[in-house]
Design a protein around this ligand. Sequence first.
Ligand SMILES: Nc1ncnc2c1ncn2[C@@H]1O[C@H](COP(=O)(O)OP(=O)(O)OP(=O)(O)O)[C@@H](O)[C@H]1O
Length: 330
Amino acid sequence: MISVRHVSKTFQSGGSTTYALNDVSLEVAPGEIYGVIGQSGAGKSTLIRAINLLERPDSGTVTVDGDELTALNPAGLRAARRKIGMVFQHFNLLSGRTVQGNVELGLEIIGVDGAERRRRSLEILDLVGLVNKRDSYPSELSGGQKQRVGIARALAANPKVLLSDEATSALDPETTRSILDLIKTINVELGLTVLLITHEMDVVKRVCDSAALIEGGRIVESGPIVSLISTPGSRLAHDLFPLGAVPPSDGNTIVEITFSGGTADRPVISQLARAYGLDISILGAAIETIGGSQAGRTRLQLPGSVAENAAPIKDLREQGLLVEIVGEAS
Ligand SMILES: Nc1ncnc2c1ncn2[C@@H]1O[C@H](COP(=O)(O)OP(=O)(O)OP(=O)(O)O)[C@@H](O)[C@H]1O
């Protein structure tokens, strides 16, 4: 649905060049929620702005729902942008308009008549749970309500794609969860494809089907979360299940086992302890619901060297578990 191919964007300032995006490619499938995560300055805003061409890339192509935006003339681009809704961190509502007036704005611009504007805006305000606030002004709303209006405005013209620019970064944790749940609901009910940028792994955990990690203007890792979880050395998977620093191994072997899908509910540790007569210590565990099923990582200490634990480690791998040795007797 969204295809970004070899996109680069540089900025010149004070005689120096910043590579805000450096040969970025990513593919967002129809109907999925795709998260791009990165730290401040990584290039996230430039990327999302490049997707609707608010920021024109220096090179590369952007295609949304079959339209190659980078190849369109201004009229073609205006038409293609109707398929893209956008929500912003600071909501960007017009303070002099009511909730309903804000939602109708985009429809006015594209020439939808008054009766249809009213019908559609009330329909979409109902979806986001704010019909009763239709006559309120933005200053009378909480942050979460303002973002619901922002989402309703973005959806009013029936886009195929929703771009979310740190939509929950200005909200408290509970409101963040309710807005993410709303994004998930509209993704499912309207079949809307969502691309969001965030610096918070909790956002990725809660709603994303796929994710990419951006650093210094480059995508360093990307894919469906279920695949990343079973990719050895994946930094995204590591951050999804944070276990903290690895303690000294003290003559033992420390392994991290990643569980996902069918392996998540097997009594793996107790079976291993029984089968090999091992005294296994659980040093840490992080479990999440990802894509509707349990997944997680457990850090275990097995007595003895890696060589001495070769058989149980092989056994775990043969069960389809990802086993990484993170500490060993020196
Ligand atoms: N208009 C501009 N002029 C000059 N440099 C810019 C401009 N816009 C962005 N940059 C630079 O490009 C890089 C990427 O910026 P960008 O805003 O995309 O990062 P970000 O990941 O969204 O950061 P944040 O999370 O802090 O918003 C940064 O080094 C930034 O300073």
